[in-house]
Write a protein that binds this ligand. Sequence first.
Ligand code: MOS
Length: 732
Amino acid sequence: MSPQPQAAVGAPLSRVEGRLKVTGKAPYAAEHSIKGVVHAVIVDASIGRGRITSIDTDDALAQPGVLKVIHHGNAPKLPYKDNPASNNPPGGRRLQVFQDDKVLFHGQPVAVVVATTLEAAQHGASLVKVAYDAQKPSTDLAKAKADKPTKYARGDTAAALRSAPVRIDATYQMARNHHNAMEPHVTIARWNGNKLTVWDKTQWVVGTQTELSTVFGLPTDAVRVISPYVGGAFGSGLRCWPHTIVAALAARETRRPVKLVLKRRQQYFNTGFRPSYEYRLKLGSNRQGRLTAMAHEMDAETSSYETFTESILMPGQMLYSTPNVSQAYRTVPLDVNTPLYMRGPGFATASFVIESAMDELAATLGIDPIELRRRNEPSEDESKNLPFSTRRLRECYTTGARQFGWDQRRAKPRSRREGDWLIGMGMAAGVYDTARMPAQARVRLDAEGTAVVDAAASDMGPGTYTSQTQVAADALGLTMRTVTFRLGDSLFPPTPPHGGSMTMASVGSAVLDGCNQVRRQAIRLAVEDRESPLYGVDAEDVVVRGGRLHTKNNPVRGETYQSLLTRNKHSHLEAQGSYAGPAAKERHSFYAYNATFAEVAVDATLGLVRVRRMLGVYDAGRIISPKLAESQSIGGITGGIGTALLEHTVTDHRDGRIVNANLADYLVPVNADVPDIQAIYLDGEDREADPLGVKGLGEVVHVGVAPAIANAVFNATGRRVRQLPITAETLL
Ligand code: MOS
């Protein structure tokens, strides 16, 4: 088929749902108005480990409006069948709410109060008296025993380190981070006989559907999950958490639709988090800065009942050319709830360590940090012995250095001062893998010349509605206004999780396929229809623009979808688009890259760090939506400033309580913390990666931000801080 003119893809369009959002008309999970809804409030454990010895619900039940209190003493046994098709970590056993008297972590749900009003439910929850047999929890990563490591090795790292003329050996600590999206986690559940509908905050309606069906022992299609809008999630919506089960259970037990909104404090215990790490890295290098060896040892927290792992190993294996690499990744089970992916998962954590160590190596050798990275640029992925599909990190460095004014950086730390402020510049490389998974989409072109495209995808904010509409509009030859893309309903064709930066590549390729099929159907109809002006034309020569089919060379010869379909008495044309995912055995290695630059000012006496400017240059393949891509960079860099300087979930190890489980004490960047941010996307596409040529960008924009800031802090102060967040105390 002739390539379609691209009018929408690549144009800096505003969000198609933007007006709905800013006028409050886009319904988020808690805002669906469901007739007869009652309210549920979770009572959570006030001990960090132990057993429940008694639950007294008399006072709660005596309150007007309170309908029921459900807990392990009166809850029905739930099937909790295995669910392989989910983001539940393999191994272990997921938390089974109200199924026994065990408390596995502080804040675990131990009861739920259902009442006719939210106030009655909240008051009722405050009156439930739970007695415990408490034990001391183990919540300290540094003091707990680790599981057996996952290992990787190539070459002889120990020997190479011994003989290396230059060595760096340091241990880094990364604090636990919570996602803290603006929208809280919410579920509204309603039963109709044995059929369950939930309105949920989720990044994966299909995943929540399968989890609910396995927990309650229902056929998958007896559960419908609806989630048209998500107010940020950053990974926290990638699995179905216990509160969703609690809401569905409460609805079944009370025979009423139930709404359950987690309080801000409860998000810290009832959904996941970026695990804290202790990470030791040894680098060996020759005097010219060529890496000879890297040894990575990382310990990461997980829960006592599930083993959560993430892609922490990949960057150490493929970012730089290194003949000898060894890695040992150990999970450490603690009395905490299970972690989950958080923005740039694994890669962001590993990149802080690797990129800090590379900066240290550059300083030790007196080589410019960019030049050091260039010297270690691999010619292929040395972990897979595969060529990179596209890897334009060198261009990211060149463009970034020029744009940021890297030549103004003074190599010697602590050599630029403005009054009380020490000024420094730093950079880091970032990488994130180009994940793709099978996806489907349904496309329907109506005789009026408008189209509807459906896929079960989610949109937590990056702009899926808009970018998928752009792809569909160009493939169908329609304008943006005449295409509607719908998502967030498990009745729509299945898609992978809305995470790992794979929505554009996976769902987008399915949308593209479905729209191409429909356009092909219409073109065939025209060229075979004696009454069409296109009768007898080679189908290869027909394109569609603005809803009108015409020959490539003669725009006058043609007709609209509307006239073609109406004359042929077709109410619509329809197709199921699909994307099969990457080949089982890939011939390339697929990653998106960036070079991130930071300038900071550090108060010489107070240790305050202020980020003054940041720049990211991205090799992320084809950019469907430049305006939304820029928004992703602003968001990803802002999140990175949080990880670098502010965010830290603090646990009281005496009882496993998170002491800053609120947005006053858990610090996130506010406007005053966020400087001028500039984003540059390299032109181009990755035709090996997927039919759209995209590499994913939601995650990669976050990776490299924290080390760029840390390296700028070193350049400003001469202090190498190896822990996150970098607070004033660490600089005094
Ligand atoms: Mo992203 S951490 O996969 O939502």
